[in-house]
Design a protein around this ligand. Structure first.
Ligand SMILES: Cc1cc2nc3c(=O)[nH]c(=O)nc-3n(C[C@H](O)[C@H](O)[C@H](O)COP(=O)(O)OP(=O)(O)OC[C@H]3O[C@@H](n4cnc5c(N)ncnc54)[C@H](O)[C@@H]3O)c2cc1C
Length: 399
């Protein structure tokens, strides 16, 4: 019997994913998300009834009160299906928005924006990246929020605001303090209801052959004379970048563990196919040494990834995101690349079947290529790690 206190919960979640989420996947892959929503809401109600809802949230907000390292392991289990996180109300970008609203929201903001999110009644989005500026330099942007009377008036253009289609509100990064000496002290985060006049969702940017809508959207948005009360400022003025960094620390743990869940699914599918696909009578694919190498390499890389991420999660939990900067950057590029390799090997093992939309592998192959780009591209994170070590040897390199 396991002595791991989390093992019973993980087993319960694993069973739920197997019995309740996997049967919905075919419709998820082939039908519009909106059509599936009523059934997803039924499943979400079941998750609530089982006492598993919002595992990342504290108990007083209707969650399960798990620590970050424990939530990380749950996130892996949910990642086995592309529906897992949504069914348990811990999907990006809502999960990150809940975290910053908990930390920086005023009592009124919590009541108006956080609580409906925690109950799963609304969705939200995070609007920072701009098409005309390098998103990998988050301090560089054009969108402005100027004060007028008791309001902020926002003007600018954003894109890749994920899940904006159907969201109730956006948390928008905008320059409020252009005069600040440090570029990191110029932007603020402002809550903007998506029905505010001047919030124009121009389009859902198509990605990898998919139009992308509803929760799967990555929207381009124009903010034009978009007026919201100053009480919608989240945290202090000029602290937008700092808040974004705090959001991204745990966020990278969530993503990386979700990717490990995807790897485990791809790994299971790869082994299953290698064991059963015959190249000739009595000659299964898995009898070939090169396929065995794909399996062994994948196993080692997934195990190593998990240890790295759990180590980073422990450090964030006990010392904070700032102290875990190196560990966070290491997992972000390392696990994103393991994910690409494991998915690629699983597809190769399946041959032509691997690239059909009959399997979830091709969905992940399209969607998760982005893992090496969002929340900081590989190159930025590698540079962070290298700079930390070069500095110890007397070389200071600027970004
Ligand atoms: C699927 C997806 C979802 C997203 N969701 C959101 C969201 O919800 N909200 C939001 O605000 N943004 C979101 N983004 C945007 C994301 O944060 C940016 O794409 C990312 O920060 C990179 O910015 P960029 O695309 O402008 O690339 P650029 O900054 O133009 O960089 C282009 C390339 O240059 C290279 N590069 C960059 N910096 C360096 C460096 N220092 N050294 C060497 N090479 C470098 C990298 O290879 C990088 O891919 C999302 C992106 C994707 C793909």
């Amino acid at each position: 019997m396991s002595t791991d206190p989390l093992s019973a919960v993980l087993e319960q979640i694993r069973t739920f994913i197997r019995e309740e989420a996997l049967p919905l996947e075919s419709d998820f892959l082939h039908r519009p998300f909106r059509e599936l929503l009523p059934r997803l809401h039924e499943k979400r109600d079941r998750v609530k009834a089982l006492g598993l809802w919002s595992p990342h949230l504290p108990i007083e907000l209707g969650g399960q009160g798990f620590t970050l390292p424990n939530f990380a392991r749950i996130s892996e289990t949910l990642g086995y299906s592309p529906l897992g996180h949504f069914l348990f109300n811990c999907q990006a970008p809502d999960v990150g928005n809940m975290e910053i609203l908990m930390e920086f929201g005023t009592p009124e903001q919590k009541e108006t924006w956080l609580e409906p999110l925690t109950r799963g009644e609304v969705r939200s989005c995070f609007s920072m990246t701009e098409p005309d500026f390098a998103g990998s330099n988050p301090a560089w942007m054009e969108t402005r929020a100027r004060k007028d009377g008791g309001d902020y008036v926002i003007d600018g253009r954003k894109w890749f605001t994920s899940a904006a289609d159907g969201a109730a509100f956006a948390i928008v990064m905008a320059i409020t303090n252009p005069e600040a000496e440090s570029p990191y002290a110029r932007a603020s985060q402002i809550i903007v209801p998506t029905n505010t006049p001047g919030f124009h969702r121009v389009r859902n940017t198509p990605i990898m052959g998919e139009s992308g809508e509803d929760y799967a959207s990555h929207s381009e948005i124009i903010y034009k004379d978009c007026r919201v009360p100053q009480k919608n400022l989240l945290g202090q003025e000029g602290k937008g970048f700092e808040i974004a960094q705090l959001r991204l620390g745990p966020g990278r743990i969530h993503h990386c563990m979700r990717w490990i869940g995807i790897c485990e699914r791809a790994f299971d599918m790869m082994c299953q196919r290698a064991a059963t696909r015959l190249l000739a009578p009595g000659k299964p694919l898995g009898s070939r040494q090169i396929v065995q190498e794909w399996i062994a390499d994948s196993r080692a890389e997934i195990n190593a990834s998990r240890l790295l991420v759990l180590q980073a999660a422990e450090k964030i939990e006990h010392e904070g995101s700032r102290a875990a900067r190196e560990e966070i950057s290491i997992i972000k590029f390392y696990v994103a690349n393991v994910l690409q390799r494991v998915l690629d090997r699983a597809i190769q093992t399946h041959g032509a079947l691997g690239i059909t939309d009959d399997l979830v592998l091709s969905y992940w192959y399209r969607h998760e290529r982005a893992a090496r780009i969002y929340d900081g591209p590989d190159e930025v994170h590698k540079s962070v790690v290298a700079r930390i070590h070069l500095k110890k040897h007397g070389l200071s390199v600027s970004i």
